[in-house]
Design a protein around this ligand. Sequence first.
Ligand SMILES: [Fe+2]
Ligand SMILES: [Fe+2]
Length: 137
Amino acid sequence: MTLIEWEEGRHLVGVDEMDSVHQEFTLIVNRLGETQDPSIFKSLFIQLLEHTQEHFALEDQLMEETGFRGFDEHREEHERVLKQMHYINEKVQAGNLDFGRAFVEDLPRWFDLHADTMDNALAVHLKAAPEADSFAV
Ligand SMILES: [Fe+2]
Ligand SMILES: [Fe+2]
């Protein structure tokens, strides 16, 4: 099942490194939604966790280096999601795939809201600060 239908008008924030990370995130989530194979699901879940760590670290770095005012709130939201993802990953790796499936099915709702609010606010800030380009990873 395709969980996230990528829509440029809705999902693009206009900062290349954020957009490509979000497209990769969408790809992994959709692979998780599509596979029926438990061992593939387990390895994709680890991939999702590692990718999300990099995704959030990139945004945290951009926020810190450009003095984004919403940094604390946005970083706390990243920490909350990662903590939950770690917890669910332990369940998945122990063979409780239903926890993983329920979590993954909720991700599109979280992603739509997060991209539209916190990530979009960060992108607006980065686009208004051209020197932010020099901080790109
Ligand atoms: Fe993001
Ligand atoms: Fe974010």
